[in-house]
Design a protein around this ligand. Structure first.
Ligand code: NDP
Ligand code: MG
Length: 388
């Protein structure tokens, strides 16, 4: 057990979201191990204030400037510093006293804060997979330069990370990422043309934020995860396979050069990978429900249907093309999902917008940070033009 002054000091970027709130549940079960130093939210001022009143971080950020006064009035009397604006999140990452930064914001917004956190030498617990999709080469180079470890929170990557424990010297032959298949598994294109956002928002196994839930329904989430895996585990595109496993009990697998496969299993509960990333290298105790084999007489596997769910294929293409192409894929997808959630486009049109953007945005083979920022902006404009 750690002494009071040796607690791990945690910043949670996106503390009011699905991952953020579950991370606080994990932390509240282990007050002897963790201390919350920074919490951030975009719009949910009420929950941010409630979280800050309970966990007493040194600072919070409410990104939406219009909500600053409200948050300040509630937290200043408690001695908690309150900041606002998107730059404030990145700036706060420069403080020395953090040990772990949990990146649990949605989409591209995680990129700049993650870069600052790495430059400051903080360990990253990475939920925000889009950061690695947009700028995987830059992020992994920076992490290497600053001696920073990036621990995965995504359940598939956590599973792979757990399978690799004790295997660091052994070459990976293949990573096998499992996918639930989402709410539309087995459906064909004519049926998908009709689906609504309410149907898409009902994931069979996981309760998550809206953006990733739509990504799961379209298989883009798995595409983003394939790119995430490439950077986290330094493997080649052809070493990453996706297999649909509707029960979501095997969270992913690693095949070694002797053909042996290790799998990590458990009930689908994001608190487990969050806890593993925050507690690494230890395993913290908990009393969450345990997996019962008798309730799962069969675990099944099938090939993903990439001619119906084209996003997975588009993600593989973007990964193979490399350069700024995954950044184009990500930005186009963010706009497509946003517009699908506003009923501006149908489910299948999301892939069309993404493919069109990948065709039309200028390809840059060796991007730097400015290129990524520009590519992200250009792609958003192009995607909105295509949708208008
Ligand atoms: P949510 O939508 O539930 O939460 C997102 C959080 O980020 C909220 O705190 C939100 O604040 C904040 N936020 C959103 N946009 C911005 C922005 N532009 N600037 C600053 N803060 C922002 O998302 P999830 O928790 O589901 O997902 C977070 C990340 O984790 C994503 O990258 C996702 O892919 C990844 N992930 C999630 C999993 C899950 O089970 N949920 C599983 C694996 C990965 P506010 O509440 O105020 O809007
Ligand atoms: Mg996942």
């Amino acid at each position: 057990m750690k002494e009071e002054n040796q607690k791990k000091k945690i910043a949670i970027l996106g503390s009011t979201g699905s991952i953020g709130t579950q991370a606080l549940e994990v932390i509240s079960l282990h007050p002897e191990v963790f201390e919350v130093e920074v919490l951030t939210a975009h719009n949910n001022a009420e929950l941010l204030v409630a979280q800050a009143a309970e966990f007493r971080p040194g600072s919070v950020v409410i990104a939406n400037e219009q909500l600053y006064d409200k948050v300040f009035a509630a937290l200043d009397p408690l001695g908690i510093k309150v900041y606002t604006g998107h730059h404030a999140i990145a700036q706060l990452m420069q403080q020395d006293q953090l040990d772990i930064v949990l990146t649990a914001m949605v989409g591209y917004s995680g990129l700049l804060p993650t870069i600052e956190a790495i430059k400051a030498g903080h360990t990253i617990a990475l939920a925000n997979k889009e950061t690695l999709v947009v700028a995987g080469a830059l992020i992994t180079q920076l992490a290497k330069k600053h001696g920073v470890n990036i621990y995965p929170v995504d359940s598939e990557h956590s599973a792979i990370f757990q399978c690799l424990a004790g295997e660091w010297q052994n070459p990976i032959e293949k990573l096998i990422l499992t996918a639930s298949g989402g709410p539309f598994r087995g459906k064909k294109r004519d049926e998908l043309a009709q689906v609504t956002k309410l149907q898409a928002l009902k994931h069979p196994n996981w309760s998550m934020g809206a953006k990733i839930t739509i990504d799961s329904a379209s298989l883009m989430n798995k595409g983003l995860e394939v790119i995430e895996a490439k950077w986290l585990f330094a493997v080649k595109e052809e070493q990453i396979q996706v297999i649909v496993h509707p029960q979501s009990i095997i969270h992913s697998m690693v095949q070694f050069q002797d053909g042996s496969i290790k799998a990590q299993m458990g009930l689908p509960d994001m608190k487990l990978p969050i806890q593993y990333a925050l507690g690494y290298p230890g395993r913290l105790n908990n009393d969450y429900p345990r997996f019962d084999f008798s309730k799962y007489p069969s675990l099944t596997f099938e090939e993903p249907d990439i001619s119906t769910f084209r996003n997975l294929d588009l993600a593989y293409s973007a990964m193979k093309k490399a350069g700024n192409m995954p950044c184009v894929l990500n930005a186009a997808n963010e706009i497509a999902v946003e517009c699908f959630l506003k009923d501006k486009i149908g489910f299948l049109e999301m892939s069309e917008v993404i493919e069109e953007c990948m065709d039309r945005i200028a390809f840059i083979s060796d991007p730097d940070l400015e290129t990524y920022i520009q590519t992200d902006q250009d792609t958003r404009i192009k995607a909105l033009e295509l949708i208008a």
